[in-house]
Design a protein around this ligand. Structure first.
Ligand SMILES: NC(=O)c1ccc[n+]([C@@H]2O[C@H](COP(=O)([O-])OP(=O)(O)OC[C@H]3O[C@@H](n4cnc5c(N)ncnc54)[C@H](O)[C@@H]3O)[C@@H](O)[C@H]2O)c1
Length: 323
């Protein structure tokens, strides 16, 4: 089978590509080829399975047609611009996160092969007057353009599935932490940088109080859930193809304590506390707990403790210290 990862140059896309290349199977079949598609040239991946890379702009239907071809069995749609950028540039957010999603689904429809499509949504689809905790039947009322674009993507995944054009499934990713690489334009970026930078001996700014609660998942567990998400049988999913991916609720203080438990007291001393009203305005709408009962019952999982997240970062992603 052939697996296409759109957004394959991004943090999750790269890790998913590596995991699938090492695993060699998906949905009970051998993977013959993995294709990483992205607007930037994805970093190559080596493994037992051949991994190709291709440059694709999902906002351009002709470009999408080069990647979404009839021999593709499973499509991961991870390409997106992140929350802070979609909020500050509304046109760009709608062009990539909504029109780009439509372009990919339309091309999948045109194939006539009903490929599996795994869509990465976000818990930013929730907001406004919601119960706490949020459950599987809480209405979606996003309070950012990014969240609105993801919520519309979920409706499209359900509708294209209902029509028999795709076998879709969408998962609302928790905030992924500890995210490797550099800080990005996501409003949640600090939820990794306050750990990642200090673990690398660098200073970091925390823009919220230490009792700020939020819902997290490690990159490693996110990838396992995306693999599992593609494998769930269509009949087990029913008509509502979109759900919360499991995570766990921790406060900033618990994140820092977990870092200290794993890496000692020095990293925490590198955190500076500095209120940032624009970041606070967005993330204060994300303070509730979530229940992912449906995904848990379908075999997806969360990390056991935030200490695991810190350990996974050190094992999988922390750059080697200079000799
Ligand atoms: N990381 C998180 O905390 C988190 C939380 C919730 C949801 N998500 C969602 O999960 C997905 C993956 O997240 P990530 O952390 O790997 O993000 P990322 O920014 O690292 O990766 C996204 C990739 O999409 C690519 N891209 C952007 N515009 C494109 C276009 N027009 N055409 C093709 N590719 C384009 C980017 O170049 C990038 O490589 C995204 O859809 C994101 O919205 C992530």
């Amino acid at each position: 089978m052939k697996v296409l990862i759109i957004g394959g140059g991004g943090v999750i896309g790269q890790k998913l590509g590596q995991r699938l290349a090492a695993r060699g199977t998906l949905r009970g079949q051998a993977i013959d080829r993995i294709v990483l598609a992205d607007i930037v040239d994805p970093a190559p991946i080596s493994g037992d399975v051949p991994v190709d890379t291709i440059q694709v702009d999902i906002a351009d239907p002709q470009s999408v047609a080069k990647a979404v071809t009839a021999d593709v069995d499973v499509i991961y749609l991870l390409a997106a611009i992140v929350s802070g950028q979609a909020e500050s540039d509304m046109d760009l957010g709608y062009r990539i996160n909504l029109q780009g999603t439509i372009n990919v689904l339309e091309q999948a429809r045109a194939l006539g092969t009903c490929p599996v499509v795994v869509f990465s949504s976000s818990m930013a689809v929730y907001g406004g007057d919601v119960p706490d905790p949020i459950g599987d039947h809480t209405p979606l009322l996003p309070q950012t353009s990014y969240g609105a674009q993801k919520a519309m993507g979920e409706l499209l995944v359900n509708d294209y599935t209902r029509k028999g054009f795709i076998d879709g499934r969408g998962f609302r990713l928790p905030t992924i932490s500890v995210r490797p690489g550099k800080a990005n334009l996501a409003a949640s970026s600090f939820m990794s940088s306050i750990l990642r930078e200090p673990l690398n001996g660098q200073a970091a700014i925390c823009p919220v109080e230490d009792d700020f609660p939020h819902y997290y998942l490690s990159p490693r567990m996110c990838v396992e859930n995306l693999v599992r998400g593609a494998e769930i049988a269509a009949e087990d999913l029913g008509t509502n193809r979109c759900m919360q991916m499991p995570g766990r609720m921790w406060t900033i203080r618990q994140l820092i304590d977990a870092m200290t438990a794993v890496a000692g007291p020095e990293p925490a001393k590198l955190i500076r506390w500095e209120a940032q009203p624009e970041v606070q305005r967005i993330v204060m709408g994300w303070k509730y707990d979530l229940r992912a009962d449906r995904a848990l019952s379908l075999g997806l999982t969360a990390d056991d403790s935030f200490e695991d997240n810190v350990r996974y970062y050190i094992e999988d992603d922390r750059p080697a210290a200079p000799a």
